[in-house]
Ligand binder design. Structure first.
Ligand code: F6R
Length: 362
């Protein structure tokens, strides 16, 4: 059932265009710039919202961080992502004007469920985003949107991350339209990008050989640093998480501007740096950070379409650009890089040590 792939993870990485088509199917009205997610949240309620809070763990938390930026920029409402195990419903939030959005592939993550329960006890409304029909979160949240990515067997989340972010992008448009914050023209443009996502991801997948080559060249790095700004920041965190969990190497994601506030001391010729330099991630500003690490001798691998970035990069992953969705495409580069590093190291890719697919303890 791995359809000729050596690991479920690789199969699921390659399934991303299909997963995305399933996620998006029947939900976009591109002609009118509208989205139909079949949720029952009255327009008046969405209009009165003061805050949207995504609660999640691990990769789903990174999807929440991505979504929070989309919601703020499109729907003009305060939004944040909170690590579920740290989340408390306090800080003067008004339960009637706060929508809590648990994001969970499995729908069974104990930390996420208990964050949802704390929010519900305080009186907040909730909307779950999950891959799993009939899961606990669907029974406990007021509303549910399914990401429809299909079953994911590999412990490391891959296709469900991209489908989660795509679903949350649609949700951002739905909120924005209901609140009158996004013009039809702008909605059509954004949804056009969403529609092109499967094809753009496929373009990256077609270049797998390049990621394998980069992995072969840099697999013996002592540590790997992923940097990005704006929408590139959650992708940097996710790139590092994937590498640590399947390759068992030290990897960290940083907001690129934070490097000079400490982490730069870790940078050496033995610590490859992977940078998000796409649209939606302030690539020019991040390029300055690329120069900082380059001058310390670190090899730099960058996802970019900027021609002038190439001269500062040891390896360039050529990126199709899709506005605010470009960093999400860069994530596919990081998945393939992590996979090939892990494979070279002979790791147990589909079942990394110490990890479980669904974490049902707090
Ligand atoms: C990483 C990974 C985990 C999960 C986390 C949340 O690849 O899979 O970090 O993302 O355990 O799981 P869900 O989304 O099922 O709540």
């Amino acid at each position: 059932e791995k359809s000729g792939y050596e690991h479920y993870m690789l199969k699921e990485i390659h399934e991303q265009p299909t997963a995305l088509r399933q996620t998006l199917s029947g939900r976009i009205d591109e002609l009118n710039g509208e989205v139909d997610l079949d949720i029952d949240l009255p327009k008046e309620y969405l209009n009165s919202l003061e805050e949207v809070t995504f609660v999640a763990c691990g990769t789903s938390y990174h999807a929440g961080l991505y979504a929070a930026q989309l919601v703020e920029s499109l729907a003009d409402v305060r939004a944040s992502a909170e690590i579920a195990s740290e989340y408390e419903f306090d800080g003067g939030r008004d339960p009637w004007r706060t929508l809590v959005v648990p994001v969970t592939q499995s729908g069974e993550t104990a930390d996420t469920l208990s964050a949802l329960r704390r929010a519900k006890r305080a009186g907040a409304r909730s909307l779950a985003v999950t891959n799993t029909l009939g899961s606990t979160v669907t029974r406990e949240a007021d509303e549910t949107v399914f990401i429809r990515a299909g079953p994911e067997i590999g412990v490391a989340a891959t296709k469900t991350f991209v489908s989660q972010v795509a679903t949350l992008a649609l949700l951002s448009v739905a909120f924005a339209r209901a609140r009158g914050e996004l013009s039809t023209t702008d909605a059509i443009e954004f949804l056009g990008h969403v529609r092109q996502l499967p094809g753009a991801v496929q373009k990256v997948l077609d270049e797998e050989a390049a990621f394998k080559e980069a992995a072969t060249e840099y697999a013996d790095g002592e540590a790997f640093f992923f940097i990005g700004r704006k929408l590139g920041y959650p992708v940097a965190l996710e790139g590092a998480l994937k590498l640590k969990e399947i390759a068992y190497v030290h990897a960290e994601g940083f907001a690129a501007g934070e490097l000079k506030h400490g982490p730069l001391a870790l940078v050496t010729p033995k610590s490859p740096v992977l940078a998000v330099l796409t649209q939606g991630s302030s690539p020019e500003a991040t390029l300055n950070n690329v120069k900082e690490v380059e001058s310390r001798g670190a090899p730099v691998l960058g996802c970019t379409s900027l021609r002038d970035a190439e001269k500062f990069l040891d390896v360039t992953f050529d990126m199709p650009e899709l506005g605010a969705l470009s960093p999400l495409i860069a994530n596919v580069c990081f998945q393939l890089f992590a996979y090939h590093v892990a494979k070279l190291k002979g790791r147990s890719i589909d079942k990394p040590r110490n990890l479980a697919k669904s974490v049902t303890v707090e």
